[in-house]
Design a protein around this ligand. Structure first.
Ligand SMILES: Nc1ncnc2c1ncn2[C@@H]1O[C@H](COP(=O)(O)OP(=O)(O)OP(=O)(O)O)[C@@H](O)[C@H]1O
Length: 248
């Protein structure tokens, strides 16, 4: 067994059964700081379930998930967010009729409710953080734009910004470029490369061109287990991976 202390995230022997069906089966998985790790694999492989387990949405049947040495399997979803885990789902959950600035402000960790944070007086510190986040997500010129008017890609970036403003040490993204234009994909690749510095990023993705652009490491899941792991080249040339996933 690895020593957990060196990793941002250390998953050991993690299993979840749904009515006897093991969606995740004795999984071992480690993530370093500054690492951008992509999980790929066929439909039903267990990718989303792994993210659900990490963020506490699904409870494990057995095994351990250590994040910065805290055991996540014992914590509620809320506690896991506060411990520094941010997760972006496929469909954006931004507030369409609020501006970009207001969306970012709502997500600032001082206010946990919409009403609470809107009533809070904006301090220069908060504004500075909002501006810094907006430029990171390429929306610095859209602070006063209603979120509903943004392009599909910009909405996805805004949601990433709403997570970034909370300074998560682990950011998880489920198919972040689905539905994006070619240009937006390129910009998202740059964005993810930037934001993996100083934290860990875990991405589920099917678009192999995008995976190639961003991944430091790739893990291939199949039937709840790791089929292969390594850098993109190793994984792409693995006959098992070609057989169950890339060859299709
Ligand atoms: N809450 C649940 N109850 C029962 N079965 C579930 C539950 N969640 C997931 N599963 C099953 O676990 C398996 C893994 O699903 P999961 O969504 O993690 O796969 P995935 O790799 O993310 O697939 P996709 O690429 O299609 O999103 C599937 O067979 C799914 O039906």
């Amino acid at each position: 067994m690895n020593s957990n202390t060196d990793f941002t995230l250390a998953i050991e022997d993690l299993t979840v059964s749904f009515d006897g069906f093991k969606a995740v089966d004795s999984l071992n998985f480690y993530l370093d700081q500054n690492e951008l790790h992509v999980v790929i694999g066929p439909n039903g492989a267990g990718k989303t379930t792994v993210l659900d387990l990490i963020c506490g949405k699904t409870k494990s049947t057995s095994g351990s998930i250590k994040f910065l040495n805290e055991e996540l399997t014992k914590m509620s979803e809320h506690e896991i967010v506060r411990a520094g885990v941010g997760r972006k789902f496929q469909t954006p959950s931004i507030y369409e009729n609020l501006t970009v600035l207001e969306n970012l402000e709502i997500s600032y960790p001082y206010g946990r409710t919409v009403a609470g944070s809107l009533m809070f007086k904006r301090s220069s510190e908060v504004l500075e953080k909002i501006n810094q986040t907006a430029s990171e997500i390429m929306l610095q010129d859209d602070l006063d734009t209603e979120a509903g008017l943004l392009s599909h890609g910009q909405k996805q970036w805004l949601e990433i910004g709403m997570l970034l403003i909370q300074d998560p040490q682990l950011l998880m993204l489920d198919e972040p470029v689905a539905g994006m234009s070619v240009k937006e994909r390129e910009q998202t690749a740059e964005l993810l490369n930037k934001i993996s510095k100083g934290r860990s990023v875990l991405v589920i993705e099917h678009d192999m061109e995008f995976v190639e652009r961003i991944a430091h490491k790739v893990t291939v899941l199949h039937q709840g287990k790791i089929l292969a792991a390594g850098n993109m080249e190793e994984v792409q040339n693995d006959p098992k991976v070609i057989e169950v996933y890339l060859g299709h």
